[in-house]
Ligand binder design. Structure first.
Ligand code: RBF
Length: 159
């Protein structure tokens, strides 16, 4: 078994569903890379530009708030949340990370669509860069792949 996310089926298709991507502007040098990877991945799997909508929030703490609103509309097959929480001198990261993880899960459960956790929870900038298309992969791409996989599974249940 490999490290990180498993390979996904290359045939996985975006279908005709719409995807919302919510991007936290805090640490935007990282999160915009996550966004670009996610958008590219959805397109590679057949999503047209009008099937992809990108929204912005101030920081990661606000990701679940908007994800919940978007999921509530019923307009999206999945919502992908992207952020980068980087540890500082205080404990803010712990509060933000836990709140975001719970909030994202609640939005998914409350509205019955996949809401993806594409949030880096890093100790420093280098760790975040490494995970935004650097040495340790690309969490934006992985979040989009996970969304595609989940949409496909949900679709199979509806058939
Ligand atoms: N938001 C992030 O997305 N990443 C961070 O690393 C981050 N660090 C923060 C550090 C402190 C001390 C505070 C108060 C906020 C931070 N935020 C961060 C912003 C947070 O997610 C949210 O946007 C604001 O707290 C406003 O609700």
């Amino acid at each position: 078994m490999g490290k990180g996310a498993p390979e996904i089926n290359e045939a996985l298709s975006a279908g005709d569903g719409r995807f919302a991507i919510v991007v936290a502007r805090w640490n935007d040098s990282i999160t915009y890379k996550l966004r670009d990877g996610a958008v590219e991945t959805l397109k590679e799997h057949g999503a047209s530009p009008d099937q992809i909508e990108v929204f912005y929030v101030p920081g990661s703490f606000e990701l679940p708030m908007l994800a919940d609103k978007l999921a509530l509309t019923g307009n999206y097959a999945a919502v992908i949340c992207l952020g980068a929480v980087i540890q500082g001198d205080t404990m803010h990261h712990e509060y933000i990370n836990h709140a975001v993880a719970h909030g994202i899960m609640n939005a998914a459960r409350d509205h019955g669509i996949p809401v993806m956790f594409g949030v880096l929870t890093c100790m420093n900038d280098k760790q975040a860069m490494d995970r935004a298309g650097g040495l340790v992969g690309h969490k934006g791409i992985e979040a989009a792949q996970a969304a595609l996989e989940m949409v496909s599974v949900y679709r199979s249940l509806a058939d």
